[in-house]
Design a protein around this ligand. Structure first.
Ligand SMILES: [Zn+2]
Ligand SMILES: [Zn+2]
Length: 120
């Protein structure tokens, strides 16, 4: 192998690595993936407030990094303990995921049947 050829290969490899790093950076910068197109949905623990808010996966990771046992605070009233939420496809409102138990797949707000809830 000539040294010229080796240099060309080296440049090509470096470009591939740079492109890969850029792609990973772009992915984490957007903080989205196919499972959570709008980030993760949350609803305030206080029914009187019931604020809905979303956190990107990146924001979520940063929050848990800073608060390992932390309870997610509500951005409107500041109360901790916001719950992961689901959005009802019928009424478009968010409700705590814990409100939907197995076998009871109806929206607690409008009582419409829900599509199957993914575990986790
Ligand atoms: Zn609140
Ligand atoms: Zn509903």
């Amino acid at each position: 192998m000539s040294s010229r050829r080796a240099i060309q290969l080296g440049v090509a490899a470096a470009m591939l690595i740079a492109a890969g790093a850029l792609f990973v950076r772009w992915q984490s910068a957007t903080g989205r993936n196919v499972d959570f197109p709008e980030g993760t949905l949350w609803v305030c623990a206080d029914a009187a407030c019931a604020a809905e808010f979303s956190k990107s996966l990146k924001e979520l990771a940063a929050f848990y990094d800073a608060n390992p046992d932390g309870e997610m605070p509500c951005p409107r009233c500041g109360k901790p303990g916001a719950e992961r939420a689901l959005r009802c496809p019928a009424c478009k409102r968010a409700f705590a995921r814990s409100a939907v138990r197995h076998g009871k797949a109806t929206c607690p707000l409008c009582k419409q049947p829900l599509p199957p809830v993914a575990p986790g």
